[in-house]
Design a protein. Structure first.
Length: 167
């Protein structure tokens, strides 16, 4: 299993100085650590998790977004979603959404916004700064509850300032 913390820390209860530093500097979060240890524990009964990998986690409201490499989501979700349910139960009843990495911002945004419909993602430049404009149909306005926190989330995922606009 590959996680943002090292192999040793996955199976121990304390952190090595390397991972401790990463935590202090904010490169990893406590949730990353908890998830890595949860996956390692569950791998005893579910060997498919030995081949799982995640890059990072982002807490978003009641939800935990887990960013995984391309093609990896199935290993987390399991048959009919039973495995992801067990992972979230073990982690403390949090709703988990597994999102595969993609270098296509539109795909990534669409996966998170679903079932709201994404019209497009445009890149605009303000001086040297690039800004993403996430365009959502006005008809889906009701589905987007916290526009500002979503914008922050996309900013984190896409690495640039993001504005959501309805049209
Ligand atoms: Zn470590």
């Amino acid at each position: 299993m590959k996680a943002p913390i090292c192999r040793v820390c996955v199976t121990s209860d304390i952190l090595c100085t390397g991972c401790e530093d990463k935590l202090k500097q904010g490169n990893i979060s406590q949730v990353d650590i908890d998830l890595a240890r949860t996956l390692s524990k569950l791998a005893v009964q579910h060997p498919i998790l030995e081949h799982s990998e995640f890059k990072s986690t982002i807490s978003f409201k009641e939800m935990l977004l887990v960013l995984v490499p391309k093609g990896m989501a199935g290993n987390f979700i399991g048959r009919k979603g039973t495995l992801i349910k067990e992972i979230s139960d073990t982690l403390g009843q949090r709703r988990i959404k597994v999102v595969e990495e993609t270098n296509n911002p539109k795909e990534l945004v669409q996966r998170i916004l679903y079932p709201a419909q994404l019209l497009g993602v445009n890149v605009v430049y303000s001086g040297k700064k690039q800004i993403f404009k996430v365009r959502i149909s006005r008809a889906d306005r009701q589905r987007i509850h916290e526009k500002e926190s979503l914008e922050k989330l996309f900013e984190k995922l896409l690495g640039s300032e993001t504005n959501i606009i309805f049209e």
